[in-house]
Write a protein that binds this ligand. Structure first.
Ligand SMILES: C[S@@+](CC[C@H](N)C(=O)[O-])C[C@H]1O[C@@H](n2cnc3c(N)ncnc32)[C@H](O)[C@@H]1O
Length: 209
């Protein structure tokens, strides 16, 4: 399901396009991790593409890959299409709710990327997301999930705890996921997880099929 959430740092209109300040901030660190790990050719699915800032940057840097942005919000899909209009290797943004099982059958993808979504969905919805991503990955394909996480062995920072509490006050089913849980689900699905520490206490969890 999709929710209307009150989030800090939300997308704003700029030059006729929606623009997310967070995507501008985290683009370079995310690309620094993904650039060397992506193949030179193949299909990349992006879940919850939002304003399309990440897919546009990735597509410009990886012309041999075909990118498939997805996003349930129609206004954001329009922004993604406009932002990527000059990029021949980006497909039209498709309506996809990660929690509705079945989308993995449209693979195989050489990479599946999702940025800043897991904390906005429930555990059950995340289980569907991870399962479908694992189903949809090609052999050797890369799953990459970026965002804020809880760690089993460390307390949350004050800022993370406040954001997590604000999410849970809007819907008790959502909030930060524990990195170790995500990694163990991925391992149980037959993927090999790897964790990369990112700026602002975020994580990138990568997993290969
Ligand atoms: C915080 S934004 C992140 C957008 C983008 N990935 C980025 O990093 O800029 C979260 C996005 O997830 C989308 N979303 C929320 N629930 C979803 C769901 N169940 N399935 C797919 N996307 C969802 C929202 O519409 C929104 O665009």
């Amino acid at each position: 399901m999709t929710r209307r959430l009150d989030l800090p740092d939300g997308a704003e209109a700029r030059d006729g396009l929606l623009h997310a300040p967070s995507a501008e901030r985290n683009a370079e660190p995310i690309l620094a991790v993904l650039d060397p790990r992506l193949p030179t050719a193949g299909r990349v699915l992006e879940l919850a593409s939002g304003t399309g800032q990440h897919v546009a940057t990735l597509a410009a840097r990886h012309p041999g890959l075909t990118f498939e942005p997805t996003e349930p919000d129609p206004l954001r899909r329009m922004t993604i299409d406009r932002r990527c209009a000059a990029l021949p290797n980006v497909a039209a943004a498709r309506d996809l709710d990660v929690s509705v099982a079945g989308w993995g059958a449209r693979g195989p993808w050489d990479a599946v990327v999702v940025v800043n979504l897991l904390h906005l969905i429930s555990d059950a919805e995340m289980a569907v997301l991870l399962d479908e991503a694992a189903r949809g990955l090609a052999r050797g394909g890369l799953f990459a999930v970026y965002g804020p996480f809880r760690r089993a062995d460390a307390p949350m920072t004050e800022g993370d705890a406040a954001f997590d509490a604000s999410l849970r006050s809007q819907d008790p089913a959502i909030g930060y996921k524990e990195a170790e849980v995500v990694e163990s689900v991925l391992a149980a699905l037959g993927l090999r997880p790897e964790r990369v520490e990112m700026p602002a206490n975020n994580l990138m969890v990568l997993a290969r099929r």
